[in-house]
Design a protein around this ligand. Structure first.
Ligand SMILES: [Zn+2]
Length: 492
C-alpha cells in the first residue's frame, strides 16, 4: 500500500518539478514574450496538483495507511501524517473558490507592482482589502472557527502560536531598545569600503567563489541572474540560486549570495534517505531563514570569514586589494536606522519585522480600515526607528508579501535570527570560538556541525523541538540579544 502512495507522490512531484523549473526560468532567463504562456502552464499544473491532493481516493489511501502504519518508519509515518493534515485542510476549500483566490492573488501582485512604481497606495488599497477578505474566507474553510491570524501562522507550521510570538518579540523589543537609542538620529559613518566597486562579470566570479567556499555543491545546483535574490528547489538534486549582480554595493551582492547559499546548503544536506518523504520537503520557513541568515550574518559578517580568502578574492576582484580589515569589519557590522527592510542591518532589521507583524495582527484582528494602514506604517516606523519613509513606495508598498498573500511569513525572518543566536552559543560550546574557526579556514568543520545538528534532519522536527533537542532550551531571544550586545562596541 505504501508503494501505491509513493507512486502517487512521484506523480505529484513531477508536476511540482515543472512548476519549479518554469518559475525559475521566469526569474532567470525566460524571453519576454514567452512569459504569458508560462504563467498559463503554471496555473494548469497548480490546478492539477490541487485536484490530486484533494482527490477523495487519495484521502482514502491516506486514512488507510494512517490506520495501519505500524510497519512504517518515522519519516514514512510523518509523510502520511503531513499529507493527511494537508488533505483535511484543503478538502473543505471549494475548488471554484481556490481558483478565484489564485486569480485574485495574481491580480493583486500586479496592482501592487504598479502602485509601488507610481508611489500610490490609494490605488492598491481596494485590492488589498479584497485580498484580506478572501484570505479570511479561505482560512474559515481550512480552519473553521479559528482566529484568522492563528490560522495563518498554522499554515507556516512554526510550532509557535501568536501568544508565543508576542512573548518572544517583546523580549526582542525590550532587548534591543538601548541599541537603537545609541544610533537613532545619527549619521552613518562612511568607510573606504563604501567606495568599493566591481563589474557584474567580476561579481559573478566572486559569487561563485564564495558559494564554493561555503560548501555549495555545483553538481547539484547552479546560479542565475535576476532582479531579486532567491533560491529555488527544482528537485532534490537541483537547487538554484538567483542574485542581482549589478546596481548595488558589491559586498551586498556577496552577502545576498551567501544568504541564498545558506538556503541551498540546507536542501543539499538533508539526509538522502529522506528523498521522496516528508522531511525532505523543507516546509519550515523559520528554520530555512535561520539557515540562510546564519551563513549571511552569523558567519559572513565577521572579518575573520574574509581574511583567509583575501588573496583569492584579490585575484578575481582587483578592486578588493585596497580593503582594510578594520574598514571591512565596520562596513559589515555597522547599525543604522533606515526605512527599507531589505537594506537594513541585522539589528534594526528586527524592528522592521515586529512592525509588520503588528500591522498584520491589526489587519486580521483590529478594526482598522486598509486606508489607514499607510499612515500606521509610517507612524510605527517613526516611533520604532526614528525615521519617516520618504514616500509610500519606501513605506508600506516596499514589500510584495501582502499582495502575494504571504501573511504570517514575516515572523520567519526574525525567528531565524533568534534561532541563530541559540545555534551560535551551542556551536561555540561544542567547537570553540567560531571566529577562530573561520580564521583557520575551518568551514568544513562548521558545515559538519550544521549538517549533523540541523540540515540533515530536513523538516523532521519543527523549530521548538529541534532547538530543545539541540540546546535543551525553549525558544527565546536572549542569545540573539547577547550576540548583538557583543557588537555594540563596534558602533562607536
Ligand atoms: Zn531567505
Amino acid at each position: 500500500m505504501f508503494k501505491e502512495y509513493q507512486d502517487y507522490k512521484k506523480k505529484l512531484s513531477y508536476y511540482h518539478r515543472m512548476i519549479n523549473l518554469m518559475s525559475w526560468d521566469l526569474r532567470a532567463k525566460a524571453p519576454e514574450n514567452s512569459r504569458e504562456n508560462k504563467y498559463e502552464a503554471i496555473e494548469f499544473f497548480g490546478n492539477e496538483i490541487f485536484k490530486l491532493e484533494t482527490d477523495p481516493k487519495f484521502g482514502e489511501l491516506l486514512y488507510k495507511l494512517n490506520d495501519s502504519s505500524d510497519d512504517l518508519n518515522d519519516a514514512q509515518k510523518l509523510s502520511i501524517k503531513r499529507d493527511l493534515k494537508g488533505y483535511e485542510r484543503f478538502i473543505n476549500v471549494p475548488g471554484t473558490f481556490e481558483a478565484q483566490y489564485n486569480t485574485m492573488q495574481a491580480k493583486c501582485e500586479a496592482t501592487w507592482a504598479r502602485a509601488k512604481a507610481e508611489n500610490d497606495y490609494a490605488s492598491f488599497a481596494p485590492a488589498l482589502a479584497k485580498n484580506i477578505e478572501m484570505t479570511k474566507e479561505r482560512m474559515g474553510y481550512i480552519f473553521p472557527g479559528k482566529d484568522t491570524y492563528d490560522a495563518l501562522l498554522d499554515l507556516w507550521d512554526y510550532g509557535l502560536k501568536t501568544e508565543d510570538l508576542d512573548r518572544i518579540f517583546k523580549g526582542v523589543k525590550d532587548g534591543i531598545a538601548p541599541f537603537i537609542d545609541d544610533i537613532k538620529g545619527k549619521e552613518v559613518k562612511k568607510t573606504k569600503c563604501d567606495e568599493l566597486t566591481a563589474s557584474p562579470e567580476t561579481m559573478e566570479k566572486v559569487q561563485n567563489f564564495l558559494l564554493d567556499y561555503i560548501g555549495f555543491d555545483f553538481k547539484r545546483g547552479t546560479t542565475g541572474d535576476s532582479p531579486h535574490a532567491l533560491s529555488s528547489v527544482i528537485d532534490p538534486h537541483d537547487v538554484r540560486i538567483t542574485n542581482r549582480l549589478y546596481g548595488r554595493h558589491p559586498l551586498e551582492v556577496c552577502l545576498s549570495a551567501i544568504h541564498e547559499g545558506g538556503h541551498a546548503l540546507y536542501q543539499q544536506n538533508v539526509d538522502p534517505s529522506y528523498i521522496g518523504l516528508a522531511p525532505n520537503d523543507l516546509i519550515y520557513s523559520d528554520i530555512h531563514e535561520s539557515m540562510s541568515r546564519f551563513m549571511e550574518n552569523t558567519l559572513a559578517r565577521n572579518v575573520e570569514f574574509w581574511l583567509p580568502v583575501y588573496d583569492d578574492l584579490c585575484n578575481i576582484w582587483p578592486e578588493f586589494k585596497g580593503v582594510e580589515p578594520d574598514d571591512l569589519n565596520r562596513f559589515l557590522n555597522r547599525w543604522a536606522c533606515s526605512e527599507v527592510r531589505t537594506e537594513a542591518d541585522e539589528m534594526t532589521y528586527c524592528m522592521h519585522i515586529i512592525l509588520r507583524y503588528e500591522i498584520e495582527l491589526m489587519m486580521f484582528r483590529g478594526n482598522v480600515s486598509v486606508n489607514e494602514l499607510s499612515d500606521i506604517f509610517s507612524d510605527k516606523m517613526k516611533q520604532y526607528l526614528g525615521v519617516t519613509p520618504k514616500d509610500q513606495a519606501h513605506g508600506i508598498l516596499q514589500d510584495m508579501h501582502w499582495s502575494s498573500v504571504f501573511y504570517g511569513y514575516f515572523p520567519s525572518y526574525l525567528l531565524g535570527s533568534i534561532y541563530d543566536g541559540m545555534y551560535l552559543e551551542k556551536m561555540t560550546d561544542d567547537l570553540g570560538d567560531v571566529k577562530k574557526l573561520l580564521l583557520n579556514k575551518e568551514m568544513p568543520k562548521i558545515n559538519n556541525w550544521l549538517n549533523k545538528n540541523i540540515r540533515s534532519h530536513g523538516s523532521l522536527y519543527d523549530a521548538p523541538t529541534l532547538i530543545k533537542n539541540l540546546t535543551g532550551k525553549e525558544v527565546s531571544s536572549d542569545a540573539m540579544i547577547r550576540y548583538f550586545a557583543s557588537k555594540r562596541g563596534m558602533q562607536i
